[in-house]
Design a protein around this ligand. Sequence first.
Ligand code: SF4
Length: 368
Amino acid sequence: MFSDQFRRGEMEKGKFSGVRSSRLISNLSNAAWKIFQSVNRRLPEGEAVRPKWAPGPLLKSYERTSPPLGFPRETDSLCPRCVKEVRDAVITGETALETLMHQHPGEIKAQILEENGQVIMRKTCPKHGEFTDVMATDPKFLERIESLFFGRDFRVAEDAHIHRHGTSNIKFGRGAVLTVDLTNRCNMMCNPCFMDANQVGYVHEPTFEDTKAILDRAVSFKPRRQIIILFSGGEPTLSPYFLDAVAYAKKVGFYRILAATNGIRYAEDIEFCKAAKAAGQHGVYLQFDGVSEEKNKHRGVGNLFDVKLRAIENLASVGIKVTLVTTIVSSINNDGIGQMICCKERTRRGAGLVVIVIRTAEYLRSRL
Ligand code: SF4
């Protein structure tokens, strides 16, 4: 609704009528949903559908369980300093990897509390002392989000390949998105970069055999409705095995194969785009911070906006779908979200949009 107004340049004129219409539609939808639920409760319960992939009939909402939510509550947590110590000990060979599965190193209890208008997590490690983290600055909002939890899904199968990580075992679900990092190298040097690509002083790149083993294990996940494979990094297209990895994921039967990318490789080389499509790549999550050079320049690469446009053109021309992924940084590109929603560069090519995170400019400065 708001995007329509932006498109017509009628933002001011239509602002309030847009809000009113939006509320009206929202109220009507709520009323319709309540009527539907009330009728549905009176009807005799039919037999639940049992899809081929499922271990049983689909669970009704009242059959789904939920973990303890709300606050105050106690939860399982980790000591951040023990985690680093254990990780280093495993890397150097001082501690066996199996320790993580059987001995629960670094695990401690934490309290989730509301204090001074915030929701905090407080925990005490016998070795490293107390840690306090802010989980939410708006307790009502967190309460609302938790209330929307729709309940646990099917219990996953016990198996020796993927469900043996100790306490962090996945216990419920039917598969979702598996992110496979193919490299920690990148042809950019962004701030922010979640993965600290190029910045840890060593290159980590799984071999093709490693990647195949990850995909083979993932495909055995049960119950499995579908799993999307998201090749990531660093910049995954820099991996010498990128195309092979895409082809292998397709061969073993994954439904959607995507890459999280800055788009440079796709913009540079249409033949690479064709090869990726032929290997089985379905789409990209394309880093895209705004619809002008200005909104992208904090990444430190000149003409980056033109690169993004070329990547979109090339990808669309070979039939690879594009979803723009925007990192909103307060005071840098937070005022460009409306333009992102309706920009012609996106809508003309049918690209989706995901806004992934909000960070402040102070955060960026602290990392310079
Ligand atoms: S393009 Fe992505 S992986 Fe590369 S440095 Fe930027 S944020 Fe990190």
